[in-house]
Design a protein around this ligand. Structure first.
Ligand SMILES: [Zn+2]
Length: 58
């Protein structure tokens, strides 16, 4: 059995387990799994992902 994780799958997994994080507002701007892509605070679409206990990345 081979296991291959594509970038796309990794991204899906990352979205499922992280919350959108706006660097401009410096806060989490959605719930875990939310991938609406827009900050509810300032409307920015340049969001990072935030993983509980690890921090923001992306
Ligand atoms: Zn924002």
């Amino acid at each position: 059995m081979t296991f291959c994780m594509t970038d796309e799958k990794f991204q899906m997994l990352a979205i499922e387990r992280t919350s959108p994080f706006c660097y401009g507002c410096y806060k989490v701007v959605g719930s875990i799994g939310d991938d609406s892509g827009l900050c509810t605070g300032c409307g920015s679409d340049d969001l990072m992902r935030h993983l509980n206990g690890v921090g923001a990345f992306g």
